[in-house]
Design a protein. Structure first.
Length: 332
C-alpha cells in the first residue's frame, strides 16, 4: 500500500529520482550540481537565496494544575486485552485521564479502546496506552482544550499497530500525539484558530516498517509539527488559512534503496511557512510542498547517504513567495 502511495505521488508531481552530484565535504548540492555553471551565476543565486525560514511550533503546554475549575474529573485504569473506556463530559473545567495496558498479555488483533468526548471550555484529556492494537480517540468541542495521547514507552518492545485520533473544534486547542515502535498511525484534525498539533513517532529499536502521521487544520495561526524516526515513514499536512507553520522532520535508517521517507505539505493562504528536513541512510527521500497564496516560504533540506536519492517538488501560486531546496548526497 505504501509503495502505491509513493508511485501516486511521483506521478502526480512529476518527480523522478536522479542521482545528484556526490558531495563529500558536507556542502549542499542545490546550486553546484550542474557542471560548468559560471561562478558569477552561482554567486548571484547564493546571495539572493531567501533567508532560512524560521520554523518553530513545539508547544502544547496545558498542565500547571491540569484544569481544576469546576473540579470535574474522570480517571480510568485498565489492565488486559479488549478493554474499552468511554467518557463524555459537558461543562467547564473537566479533566479526563485514561490508562490502559495490555503489554503483558499475548499479542492480539483486538487491543484496548479509549475514547473521550468533551463539550465545553478549558477541558483536558490525557490517554496513555501500552501494548499492541490499541486505539485512542479524543473529540473536543469548545475553547482552550488540551489533548495528549501517549502510546508505548521509550524502552517497551510491545507497542505496535496503534491508532491515535484527535479532533478539536474551537479556539486555542492543542494536541500532542506520541507513539513508539512499529506501524503506528496518528491523525489530528483541528478546526478553528491558533491550534497546535505535535506528532512524535519512533519506529523502535528494530527500525521496522514505519508510521503514518496526518494533520488537517482549517483556520488561522495553526501550527503542525511531525517528527518521525524509523524506516518508511509517511507524513502529510494540510493547512487552510493564514500564518500557518508546518515543520516535518524524518530520519530513516533503511535496508534497501527503494525504502524512503515521504513528506507532503499543502498550505492554502498567506504568510505560511513550511520546513521539511529529511535524512536517509541507505534509503531515499521524497518531499512535495504545495503553497497557494502570497508571502509564503518553503525550506527543504534533504540528506541521503550510502546510495540513497533525493527528490523534491515545490509548487507555489501567488506573489512574493520564496523557496529554498538543499540536497546532499554522499557515498560515505
Amino acid at each position: 500500500m505504501k509503495k502505491l502511495l509513493i508511485m501516486a505521488m511521483c506521478i502526480a508531481t512529476g518527480i523522478t529520482f536522479s542521482q545528484n552530484l556526490i558531495l563529500t565535504d558536507g556542502q549542499t548540492g542545490a546550486i553546484k550540481k550542474t557542471s560548468g555553471t559560471p561562478d558569477a551565476v552561482v554567486t548571484f543565486v547564493q546571495d539572493g537565496a531567501p533567508a532560512t525560514a524560521v520554523c518553530e511550533v513545539d508547544q502544547v503546554i496545558m498542565p500547571e494544575d491540569f484544569v481544576k475549575n469546576g473540579r470535574n474529573k474522570v480517571a480510568v485504569r485498565q489492565m488486559g486485552d479488549s478493554n474499552e473506556a468511554n467518557g463524555t463530559q459537558e461543562g467547564i473545567g473537566n479533566m479526563s485521564l485514561i490508562r490502559q495496558d495490555n503489554s503483558n498479555f499475548l499479542p492480539s488483533e483486538i487491543g484496548n479502546l479509549a475514547s473521550t468526548v468533551q463539550i465545553g471550555s478549558r477541558n483536558g484529556a490525557d490517554i496513555k496506552q501500552f501494548g499492541e492494537g490499541n486505539e485512542g480517540r479524543i473529540h473536543q468541542l469548545g475553547d482552550d482544550n488540551y489533548a495528549i495521547q501517549d502510546v508505548g514507552s521509550d524502552t517497551a518492545m510491545k507497542s505496535e499497530g496503534n491508532l491515535a485520533y484527535a479532533k478539536q473544534d474551537g479556539d486555542e486547542n492543542s494536541t500532542s500525539q506520541k507513539q513508539r515502535y512499529d506501524n503506528n498511525d496518528a491523525t489530528a484534525i483541528t478546526i478553528g484558530d491558533r491550534n497546535t498539533v505535535v506528532q512524535d513517532q519512533n519506529s523502535g529499536p528494530n527500525q521496522s516498517s514505519g508510521s503514518v502521521a496526518f494533520v488537517n487544520q482549517v483556520g488561522n495561526d495553526n501550527g503542525a509539527q511531525q517528527v518521525q524516526l524509523g524506516s518508511e515513514n509517511f507524513a502529510s499536512v494540510y493547512q487552510t488559512g493564514d500564518r500557518n507553520t508546518s515543520v516535518e522532520t524524518q530520519t530513516m535508517i533503511g535496508y534497501f534503496e527503494e525504502e524512503m521517507n515521504i513528506s507532503t505539505v499543502n498550505q492554502v493562504g498567506n504568510d505560511n511557512i513550511s520546513c521539511v528536513t529529511q535524512y536517509a541512510d541507505l534509503a531515499s527521500n521524497s518531499s512535495c510542498v504545495n503553497q497557494i497564496g502570497s508571502d509564503n516560504s518553503s525550506l527543504v533540506n534533504q540528506t541521503a547517504v550510502l546510495g540513497g536519492k533525493n527528490a523534491s517538488c515545490v509548487k507555489q501560486f501567488g506573489d512574493n513567495n520564496t523557496a529554498q531546496v538543499s540536497q546532499t548526497n554522499s557515498i560515505f
